[in-house]
Design a binder for this molecule. Structure first.
Ligand code: SF4
Ligand code: SF4
Length: 460
């Protein structure tokens, strides 16, 4: 039975149970939660099944679709910032949203089809955003980024918007202000059209969730260009600014990319002291750079010197379970090459994994939307080795935090990629029935013990 039929089977069983008068036990966790219409149970929320007849699996799959749509919207928003749009994606978003409206669609299978379609639309959107980035800033090239302060006034920018960073760099040029990246803006350093600004001097801090410490530590102006921004501490909120879609209580919002208030604030705050740079991060591996290594990669794979490519990427999370990703990469044999993207990389991107005869063992492709570069590279490898995607010596170890990762997960499922590992926890929107079907059809595996998982992946 196929994936979609399996899901339809779950839906049917649930209907049969209700129609047959079986008592539905309320579990510790909610089966579902929906309060979108006036029929909602007790005026507060349908939590066991919908008054309208909506089943928990349908409700969860509707939520899943909305999460994937949120993810696509984020990438589409950043493409639109640079003037790139796509009518087919726009039409899909309208259809996807509409399908979750009350009394429109009760078919669980259809919501899986829509999730897979969302995966394909997300691929299209990531391609659009990659094109927008490359057309505007050139293709990234490997770039070393020092982590730490440079003497002088500064502005640190966090989030994902290269457009906002570009405007900030233009407006600060020649003003004696150093601009730093934080979190998911690290890959900006690799783009020729951004690295040309000499006052883009480095990086402060690491992943999104260190921002309260990082922004408290450095008395600079702060610009939040998208997620992940956190409710600011009082001690720095008067020197923080948001732009674009990001907004925070008590924080001034920048309109039309006019960064004058942040620039004035940076100058008023004065100089940072020079820090010793103990860490240098390398980012900016574009598809062209990686594929220029294709003949060497083929030779090394055939000689058994590269045994496995492992994409370890996605969102970082403050959960204790996310330590897995550090342990995982640290313990990989030196016959592996790690591709990475998004802020999950901060779990290991300061490690020196060395190289295999000139092929770096740690390749930072960029932001989460650069998952499309990983897909392009994987497709190129299938051609290089004359095998299908699932026959490649490639394993994907995903970390997820928010809904862009949900969109990327469905993109990878839409490509029919099997055997992915997922963590740091399993998605809360998926009930056991949905998870079982994902495991059965895609061999999706929750992360476990890092060393045991490595043994499994390497066939040891
Ligand atoms: S749409 Fe259905 S499940 Fe949602 S609140 Fe209304 S009756 Fe309940
Ligand atoms: S990769 Fe995910 S968790 Fe990390 S900053 Fe981007 S959206 Fe946030």
């Amino acid at each position: 039975m196929g994936f979609i039929d399996s899901i339809r089977g779950i839906n049917k069983n649930q209907n049969e149970a209700v129609e047959g008068g079986d008592k539905v036990e309320k579990k510790d966790s909610l089966d579902m939660f929906c309060y979108q219409c006036s029929q909602t149970a007790k005026g507060t929320g349908c939590t066991i099944r919908g008054v309208c007849g909506k089943e928990p699996t349908v409700a969860r799959l509707q939520d899943n679709l909305l999460f994937a749509i949120k993810g696509i919207s984020a990438y589409l928003y950043h493409a639109r910032e640079l003037g790139y749009t796509d009518d087919e994606v726009d039409a899909f978003l309208a259809r996807g949203f509409y399908s979750t409206l009350t009394n429109v669609n009760f078919d669980a299978g259809k919501f899986v089809e829509l999730a897979l379609e969302a995966g394909n639309m997300n691929i299209k959107t990531m391609q659009l955003l990659k094109k927008a980035h490359i057309d505007n800033y050139g293709e990234p090239v490997p770039t070393e980024v020092p982590v730490g302060a440079v003497k002088g006034p500064g502005i640190v920018a966090t989030g994902h918007s290269l457009k906002a960073l570009e405007e900030l760099l233009k407006q600060t040029e020649g003003k004696g202000i150093n601009v730093y990246t934080h979190s998911e803006l690290l890959p900006a350093h690799g783009y020729p059209g951004l690295k040309k600004y000499k006052h883009l001097v480095g990086q402060l801090g690491g992943p999104w969730f260190d921002q309260r410490d990082t922004f408290s530590k450095y008395p600079v102006a702060i610009v939040g260009t998208s997620n992940c921004v956190l409710i600011p501490k009082d001690e720095y909120k008067e020197r923080m600014y948001t732009v674009g879609v990001a907004e925070l209580p008590g924080v001034q919002h920048i309109e039309d990319y006019d960064f004058t208030p942040a620039i004035e604030k940076a100058l008023e705050l004065g100089d940072l002291e020079e820090e010793v740079k103990e860490t240098t991060l390398t980012t900016g591996f574009g598809a062209s750079t990686i594929l220029s290594l294709a003949p060497k990669i083929k030779e090394l794979v055939e000689a058994g010197k590269i045994k496995q490519f492992i994409l370890v990427g996605g969102c970082d999370s403050p959960l204790i379970q996310a330590k897995y990703y550090t342990e995982f990469v640290k313990n990989l044999p030196d016959t592996t090459v790690v591709l990475t993207l998004a802020c999950g990389k901060y779990r290991f991107n300061a490690m020196d994994l060395g190289d295999i005869e000139g092929v770096p063992r740690l390749i930072d492709i960029g932001q989460c939307n650069d998952a499309i570069v990983a897909v392009d590279v994987a497709v190129a490898l299938t051609e290089l080795f004359g095998v299908g995607l699932n026959e490649l010596p490639l394993t994907i170890v995903l970390s997820w935090m928010e809904q862009k990762a949900a969109a990327i997960l469905w993109s990878l499922l839409a490509l029919d990629l099997k055997g992915m590992y997922i963590g740091p926890i399993l998605p809360g929107w998926a009930n056991d029935d949905i998870l079982n079907v994902l495991v059965e059809n895609y061999d999706l595996t929750p992360i476990g013990d890092a060393e045991e998982d490595i043994k499994k992946i390497m066939g040891l």
